[in-house]
Structures are given as structure tokens and as C-alpha cells.
Ligand binder design. Structure first.
Ligand SMILES: Cc1cc2nc3c(=O)[nH]c(=O)nc-3n(C[C@H](O)[C@H](O)[C@H](O)COP(=O)(O)OP(=O)(O)OC[C@H]3O[C@@H](n4cnc5c(N)ncnc54)[C@H](O)[C@@H]3O)c2cc1C
Length: 564
């Protein structure tokens, strides 16, 4: 815990948020020698020590994994509510928000943020993604291209550890990988069928942030090989999967340059009108509700996309009456996300002599195949598909004693199952926005966020195509009991919140320049999902981490040149 006397509240850099992107900002800035302060609204979570359920067997959990009705009362807005991960769930009263239209906002408010909860899927973007807006005429042009970020993908991947293969696909550039997890036989069979029947489509092992072949850099982090337990979201005691807690934050702490202040709910960024730059950050202490200010030369905003929008919107001054850096009036607008509405599943009657053994913490992946080389569909952009396949088994447990034990040891094996989920690119629209409520405040006295986002016709058409294509691909593979549906889940269900502080070349149509600096307040960098000009189909966190490392490198260079 830092000393709060005035002279001790000044740092070289402040990072707001300790999640996937904030962890990277802290690591890079500390590596460069900057005295860095992380302001984190949640509690301190120490790797291993603070994973209370990590190694528990089902019978060691009071309710065998379910959450009692009594406990649920406090978590009405939470998703994925399970007993073994309840310690990551957010209570409703922590941060109420206004859903002008239905929206699922999944948050993780503890040190490490959602990097402790994520599914670790990490696919690179290609120029088909970066050039999408300018080619198709939606949103605005990205100020960067693949070549600008490729070295930073490499930088992040080598440190984080990514399992997968070199697939040689231009639409999904290869990552720095260590051996991928094995596909199940049904997935391998489906791969063959797709590649035979649908030229140009591929089914590959998804790339994911797990260490399968530890290198010296991982050993230096104290991280080990994945044990395939697939209990990742409880917190991984092996440090095999990438999280801020296992990787970037302990690394930054070891430099001696990092201070972490938990229970620090950022209220706003302080703008110095005389100097024409941000001078620090105002927090509300989460425990005693005291307002405290911290000062720094540069500020990285990494509170996760919607919170980063909220913080900037709440940072008002004479120069910026509508929010920090908001000369264009676009702050909070063009919020976007991913379209995970489509789901499909089927069964296969073959491979009766085979069954799965062990667990797979990842899955397979069909990279985007629509509108890549040219516009060919009635909708803009495209979708990738996640694929998982395994053999169903069940044991009759209607008895006790020897027969029960016998049944549990020899479950009846059913058909092979295959499931598929859509991951579509949403086109950012100005009307999809967040803003601050004029009256309603949370328990810290911070204005509540109003989220006003809805699906577009483009999303509907894309779901329809996914449903038809899933059925066709399943039919061609000879699968049975095929089901494909539009779940009509509300926006936000994919958990990939993006936009509102988008990057661009023109300050009139964007908030951030190509280095993630606010055009009109250049010592503030926004490098989480809020910076995304468009959304791609790929799981986005790898890209947030890469742009963060790139921006930190630039910021330090500018500080050395005395430009910041
Ligand atoms: C179940 C699940 C599965 C997912 N799977 C994937 C996947 O496979 N691949 C993928 O790419 N992404 C996935 N994601 C999304 C991924 O976790 C996020 O994209 C990523 O964590 C975002 O990083 P971030 O740094 O922007 O935010 P976070 O990791 O959410 O961190 C934000 C941090 O900021 C803190 N904070 C917020 N507001 C304030 C404030 N006012 N003051 C101080 N601190 C604040 C929070 O407490 C938090 O610690 C998944 C998420 C979930 C929940």
C-alpha cells in the first residue's frame, strides 16, 4: 500500500486498471524504468495465494458448483455464476448502470480484471481486418496496418506463451506458437470434410494463451506447462495460462518500479489548464470513500472499454466540458462488440470405438471466410466460428454401493457431439453509444453509465448466413440431429466491448492518434478495447495487449525526447 502523503503521490506513469491491457502497460513502463502506479478498483489478488478454489474437487465445494438462491440475490446481473468462480463475480450494487436497451456488461473487478476469467483465445488480425473499414466504407480508416503491429504481436506472444500451429493463412496471420492442443477425432473429421467440401475454408486449432512448452522467459516468470485440467477460470496455480496476475504484474513488481493501489475507484483524470496536459488521476478510496489525487507525467487508461469511456466522460474541465479529449463530440459513440448470437450443434454416429481421454482447455476454430477478397454477401464483413467436439457419456446413478461405483467407472458412451458458436464482426454505428446519467450516481458518487446499444440489420443477416452455413457444413459431414439457432442474446453477451474512444488519423472523426494518444491531450493513452476503430472477428484481447506494448514503447521514447 503506497504512502499517501503529497510528495509520495507523484509517479512517472499511472495505469488505470490491472487487467489484460493494464498489466501490459505496467510491465512495459516498469521495464523501461518508469516509476509506475496502478490504480485498481478491485481488491488485491496475489497469484496462487488468492485462488481459493483452484484445486478443489467437486465434493469439496459446498453446493457441488451451483450457487444458492440466497447468494444469487446479490448477483442478478452476473453471468456464468458458479460456486467455484463466485470470487470473481460482481455484486449488483458495486456499479449499477442504465440499460437504455438490453445490454450484458460482464466485468471483473479485482486485480487482474477479466484476464483471470477469460477463455484465452488469441488470434491475430490481418490487413483484411485493418483495411476493412476503408474498403467496405464503414466506420473510419484505421491509422495502423498489420505491419505496424506485427512485431508487437510477436513481443506479446513470446512472453505470454501461445499454443497453436503455424497455419499459413493470410486471413489469420501466424502467431509465435508452441505446440497446440490435440483435436478430438470428431473435430479432425469435420476439418477434413470442410476442407474437401468448402474450398477456401479451414478448420484449425484455435490459438490460445497457454504454455505447452515452457521457454526460459516463462521459467523466469515462474510459470509452468499446462496440465490440461481445464479449471482455468478459478485461477491457475501453474501459471500456465496467461493472466496479469501470473505474468505481467509480478514481472513489473520485480523491477522495483511498480506500486499497486487496490480499492482505488478512478473518478476522473485531472486536466491542468495552464500546462495543457493531464496532471493526474482522482480516485475514490473504495473502503473509506475519501477522494485522493495522484500525479504523473503520462497516464494509461486501461479500465476496460466501457469504463475507460466512463472515466473520460467524467473528466470535465473548462477546456473539455464534454469529457477529456472530446473535441470531436464522438467520445462514447461507435460502441461496438461481437455477434455471438448464432449457436449450432449436432451428433455423429461414427467413431464408436473411440472416446476422449483427458481434457482440452481450448477448442477448434474456423477463421472468417465471408467477404475476404471481395464483397460477396448482402452483409458487410464476416464471422469466425468456434468448434468443440467430444463424446457424450452418462452413468446411471439411481442406485448405491458397488453397482453405483461400477456405473460411474464405466459410463455409457453416447454419440459424438459437435458444437459451434458464431463470432461475428459488428459494424460500429454512431447511435450505439454510452453516456453519463445526469442524476443517477453509484455508491462512490460517480455518475452511472447509460448504455444504449442495439443490433443492426447487418448483424441479423450475418446470423442468418451463419445458421445456413452451419447446417450445410454439418450435413456435408454426415452429422445428425442438427440444430442451429439465433439465440437473440442481447449485445454485450460476447464480452468483447469495444470503441467509444476510437483511433484514427483525423481528430474530427476520432479521439486517438496512431499511437493511442488523445489527439488533444497527448500525455493520455487509451489502449484497451475503447481504442478499437472496428472489431474484426478475432477474439480481441491479444490486439489490446499488442497495441498497449506498442504505445508504451512510443510513450517512453517521447518522454526521453522531452516531448511528453
Ligand atoms: C468468460 C470470459 C471469456 C473471455 N474469453 C476471451 C477470449 O477467449 N479471448 C479474448 O480475446 N478475450 C476474451 N475475453 C475478454 C477479455 O477478458 C477482455 O477482452 C480483456 O480482459 C480486456 O482487458 P482490459 O484490460 O481492457 O480489461 P479487464 O481485463 O477487464 O481489466 C480492467 C481492469 O480495470 C479495473 N477498473 C475498471 N474500472 C475502474 C476504475 N474506475 N478505476 C480503477 N480501476 C478500474 C477493473 O477492476 C479491472 O481490473 C473473455 C472474457 C470473459 C469474462
Amino acid at each position: 500500500m503506497p504512502d499517501d502523503s503529497t510528495n509520495k503521490r507523484t509517479y512517472d506513469a499511472i495505469v488505470i486498471g490491472s487487467g489484460a491491457s493494464g498489466g501490459w502497460a505496467a510491465k512495459e513502463l516498469c521495464d523501461y524504468g518508469l516509476k509506475t502506479l496502478i490504480l485498481e478498483r478491485g481488491r488485491y489478488v496475489e497469484h496462487i495465494k488468492d485462488y481459493p478454489t483452484a484445486s478443489k474437487a467437486p465434493w469439496e465445494l459446498e453446493h457441488r458448483g451451483t450457487v444458492s438462491m440466497e447468494q444469487r440475490k446479490d448477483y442478478q446481473g452476473a453471468r456464468f455464476l458458479r460456486e467455484e468462480t463466485l470470487h470473481w463475480a460482481l455484486k449488483d450494487d458495486e456499479q449499477p448502470f442504465v440499460q437504455e436497451k438490453p445490454f450484458r456488461w460482464v466485468r471483473g473487478y479485482h486485480m487482474g480484471g477479466k484476464s483471470l476469467m477469460w477463455a484465452r483465445q488469441t488470434q491475430r488480425w490481418s490487413d483484411y481486418d485493418f483495411e476493412g473499414p476503408v474498403r467496405d466504407g464503414f466506420a473510419i480508416d484505421w491509422p495502423i496496418r498489420y505491419k505496424d503491429i506485427a512485431p508487437w504481436y510477436t513481443h506479446v506472444e513470446k512472453f505470454a506463451g501461445i499454443a497453436g500451429n503455424k497455419d499459413g493463412l493470410p486471413e489469420l496471420p501466424d502467431s509465435e506458437v508452441m505446440p497446440g492442443f490435440e483435436m478430438s477425432c470428431i473435430e479432425s473429421y469435420f476439418k477434413e470434410s470442410i476442407e474437401k467440401n468448402f474450398p477456401g475454408r479451414h478448420l484449425i486449432q484455435a490459438r490460445c494463451a497457454h504454455i505447452t512448452d515452457p521457454q526460459a522467459i516463462h521459467e523466469q516468470q515462474g510459470r509452468h506447462k499446462c496440465q490440461n485440467q481445464a479449471m482455468c477460470n478459478r485461477g491457475c496455480v501453474y501459471g500456465s495460462y496467461f493472466s496479469s496476475n501470473a505474468s505481467t504484474i509480478p514481472w513489473a513488481l520485480k523491477t522495483g518500479n511498480l506500486t499497486i493501489r487496490p480499492h482505488a475507484v478512478v473518478h476522473s483524470i485531472i486536466y491542468d489548464e495552464k500546462k495543457g496536459r493531464a496532471s493526474g488521476v482522482r480516485i475514490i478510496d473504495g473502503q473509506n470513500k475519501e477522494m485522493i489525487e495522484f500525479y504523473a507525467k503520462i497516464i494509461f487508461v486501461n479500465a476496460s472499454a466501457l469504463n475507460s469511456n466512463a472515466i473520460l466522460l467524467n473528466s470535465v474541465s473548462s477546456r473539455f466540458p464534454n469529457g477529456l479529449g472530446n473535441d470531436s463530440g464522438l467520445l462514447g459513440k461507435y460502441i461496438s462488440w461481437h455477434n455471438y448470437r448464432g449457436k449450432a450443434n449436432a451428433q455423429y454416429e461414427g467413431f464408436k470405438d473411440k472416446k476422449t481421454d483427458g481434457r482440452n482447455p481450448s477448442n477448434s476454430y474456423i477463421p472468417r471466410f465471408r467477404n475476404i477478397l471481395k464483397q460477396e454477401m448482402e452483409f458487410l464483413r464476416g464471422y469466425a466460428i468456434g468448434i468443440g467436439g467430444g463424446r457424450g457419456s452418462g452413468a446411471n446413478t439411481d442406485m448405491i454401493g458397488d453397482q453405483l461405483r461400477e456405473n460411474l467407472l464405466n459410463p455409457v458412451l453416447g454419440n459424438w457431439n459437435i458444437s459451434s458458436w458464431m463470432m461475428g464482426e459488428c459494424v460500429p454505428l454512431e447511435k450505439n453509444h454510452v453516456r453519463l446519467h445526469s442524476d443517477l450516481k453509484d455508491k462512490y458518487g460517480i455518475p452511472q453509465l447509460v448504455v444504449s446499444c442495439e443490433w443492426s440489420e447487418n448483424d441479423d443477416k450475418m446470423v442468418e448466413d451463419y445458421i445456413n452455413q452451419s447446417k450445410e457444413m454439418f450435413e456435408k459431414a454426415g452429422f445428425i440431429n442438427i440444430k442451429a439457432e439465433d439465440t437473440k442474446s442481447p449485445p454485450g453477451s460476447d464480452i468483447h466491448e469495444m470503441g467509444g474512444v476510437r483511433m484514427g488519423n483525423d481528430p474530427k472523426t476520432s479521439l486517438l492518434n496512431k499511437w493511442n494518444q488523445l489527439h488533444s491531450c497527448n500525455n493520455v493513452f487509451v489502449t484497451d478495447g475503447a481504442c478499437m476503430t472496428s472489431t474484426g472477428t478475432q477474439n480481441p484481447t491479444l490486439t489490446y495487449m499488442a497495441v498497449t506494448a506498442r504505445a508504451a514503447d512510443y510513450a517512453v521514447g517521447e518522454m526521453k525526447k522531452l516531448n511528453l
